[in-house]
Ligand binder design. Structure first.
Ligand SMILES: O=C(O)CCC(=O)C(=O)O
Length: 253
């Protein structure tokens, strides 16, 4: 399955797509349990935002990042030669010290050091994600403005790596669209689309796995917001540019 022409058109116009079915039961539960096991091992403090690039260690993350339905959609949007740039879990537990955790309005690529600043994210719902537990929100069509200046968030609890936030007018914030997802679905967003999410006001965990992709012709001009270089791996097509060096696929599949 690939995206329809109407979906590609909508993505170009709005900067995102929502509610794309990827897997069904029993795989949804199998992947959730695999995450539960990882969470139990590292603890919720780390699991909240500290699980970066665990696809090198955990096969279920690699399986999701290379799922044909996801890669077909990514290929339809950025072309045939695709690198997996990174994977990163975003968890909001809605209780205890983490109750106020939120994600401030931002663009992904601002601090990623990419040239050109082009990346795309598939956000995979490990748990059902809805308004009550703080699903992703986007400001449609903001990707057309290019990379914007970010300041620091004033509100405590921002999960972003350098506490970044892009200023929004009240009118812009009022045009936010919720992206609810059933576990097993993805949304996709452009790296320059303004997005964020509110605190989890439920008793249910909200776990999302972000899968970041770039076309092979993008290169790393600077370190990313972790002060590091991306560990990109080819997941579709061929990498003739080798802009991120050569890296073996972590799992044979
Ligand atoms: O999971 C969230 O609430 C936000 C995710 C996000 O900011 C991202 O995908 O860059």
């Amino acid at each position: 399955m690939t995206l329809s022409a109407a979906q590609v058109e909508a993505y170009k116009r709005d900067g995102y797509l929502n509610a794309i079915d990827v897997i069904e039961e029993p795989q949804v539960t199998r992947y959730r349990q695999a995450f539960d096991d990882l969470e139990a091992r590292v603890g919720t403090e780390t699991a909240q935002i500290g699980l970066v690039d665990y696809h090198f260690e955990k096969k279920f993350i690699w399986e999701l990042a290379t799922h044909p339905t996801i890669l077909d959609a990514i290929e339809a949007l950025i072309g045939p030669n695709v690198l997996l740039l990174a994977t990163h879990f975003f968890n909001k537990y809605g209780e205890g010290d983490q109750a106020e955790a939120f994600v401030a309005w931002h663009q992904d690529v601002t601090f990623w050091g990419l040239e050109p600043p082009l990346a795309i994210t598939a956000w995979y719902a490990v748990d059902n994600s809805d308004v009550e537990n703080g699903c992703m929100q986007v400001i449609p069509s903001t990707h057309v403005s290019g990379v914007l200046e970010h300041g620091k968030a004033q509100q405590v609890g921002n999960l972003l790596s350098v506490n970044q936030e892009v200023h929004m007018t009240p009118a812009q914030a009022a045009s936010a669209v919720d992206l609810p997802l059933r576990a097993g679905q993805i949304s996709i967003h452009d790296g320059t689309l303004i997005h964020g999410s509110l605190p989890n006001r439920s008793q249910r965990r909200r776990c999302g796995l972000t899968l970041r992709y770039v076309p092979t012709w993008v290169r790393q001009a600077d370190v990313n917001s972790f002060g590091d270089r991306w560990k990109a791996v080819i997941v579709r097509g061929t990498d003739t540019e080798m802009n991120f060096g050569e890296r073996e696929r972590p799992w044979a599949m």
